[in-house]
Design a protein around this ligand. Sequence first.
Ligand SMILES: NC(=O)c1ccc[n+]([C@@H]2O[C@H](COP(=O)([O-])OP(=O)(O)OC[C@H]3O[C@@H](n4cnc5c(N)ncnc54)[C@H](O)[C@@H]3O)[C@@H](O)[C@H]2O)c1
Ligand SMILES: O=C(O)C(=O)C[C@@H](O)[C@H](O)[C@H](O)COP(=O)(O)O
Ligand SMILES: [Zn+2]
Length: 359
Amino acid sequence: MNTLQVALGERSYPIYIGPDLLDQVECYARHIKGKQVLLVTNETVAPLYLHRVLMQLRAYNTAQVILPDGEQYKSLDVLNQIFDTLLANKFGRNATLIALGGGVIGDMGGFAAACYQRGIPFIQIPTTLLAQVDSSVGGKTGVNHPLGKNMIGAFYQPQCVIADTGVLDTLDDRQLSAGLAEVIKYGLIRDAEFFDWLDDNMDALLVRDKKALAYAIERSCMNKAEVVAEDETESGIRATLNLGHTFGHAIETGLGYGEYLHGEAVAIGICQAADLSRRKGWLSDNEMGKIKALLKKARLPVYPPDALSTEQFLQLMSVDKKNVDGEIRLILLKAIGQATLPVGVDEQLLRLTLESYKS
Ligand SMILES: NC(=O)c1ccc[n+]([C@@H]2O[C@H](COP(=O)([O-])OP(=O)(O)OC[C@H]3O[C@@H](n4cnc5c(N)ncnc54)[C@H](O)[C@@H]3O)[C@@H](O)[C@H]2O)c1
Ligand SMILES: O=C(O)C(=O)C[C@@H](O)[C@H](O)[C@H](O)COP(=O)(O)O
Ligand SMILES: [Zn+2]
């Protein structure tokens, strides 16, 4: 097992990474203070892994919530099921919530923990590649609104993250690729050496070579932990983790949550942000080509859906959280390995990307 630290003063916590961690009681026990534990998972993950976690929690008074599976259920309405179960079981302030699942469950479980009785401790057990490399780390929690992705939420850090790399065996190939989009993102925003490593090792990652996957997860978490430690609540550098997300979130919201996976929408958004960066004279054609080629190698889409018009894109992008006073601000690339902070963009140039960067 490898342990990384997210250094946030009194809110610091470990990320445990390794095989078979679901079965290691010491990963959980030291982070559970009271006797009551609520497990939040979904109908796909429960039959696969809930029993193994419950086996480690025999000493506690446990309850469970099994949510429907899908991005479309990451809503305020469904969130209520978690509060209903906490209250029905008379769980108090020292109850611990464990989120067992992908990013949807992690974001919802974390947000429920942030709100319930104004805050109870929670643990992240991420079970998708995307959740292990990104969503379980850093404390962004929340739900979607029909008008915008993750528009209702809170920054709320977990007590620990338990990333059992063995659970990735049951993940389907499309979900694995979606996770790789966020992995590639770290290379692009701040770790050019990692980008080159990914270029050399993409085939190994796609066949789930254990050593390659463990390395990619650890290096991604290291990158994310460093950024979050520097800027927990996104007043500066943390916004770089949003590369491609303004376009990507527009695709997710515009087409209906769940149509494109988050990672797929981000992959397309990264290409659109790269195209805009090239038009600004920051990225070379060669770098643009390398970015697209690596995303394609990871079996990710690189062009936006025809179904979204430029006007729809602009409308959807106008509700992004990085915007200030109604002005769209984007993370762009100066080079592979170097992202900008949010920058206001000339609308004509943005329109050019939206109209011309197409399959
Ligand atoms: N909080 C953050 O910092 C952050 C970062 C990135 C993404 N996100 C959010 O995360 C969500 C996407 O997360 P995701 O890609 O994990 O999607 P997801 O949670 O929908 O999981 C993807 C699919 O895999 C299934 N699954 C999960 N673990 C499995 C396993 N081990 N074996 C088989 N199937 C399994 C799920 O049931 C689901 O069908 C989005 O809502 C996105 O906005 C949040
Ligand atoms: O942790 C962050 O900060 C991120 O931006 C990570 C993103 O990959 C993630 O999708 C996040 O949920 C997006 O945040 P949002 O604030 O744009 O909703
Ligand atoms: Zn993301």
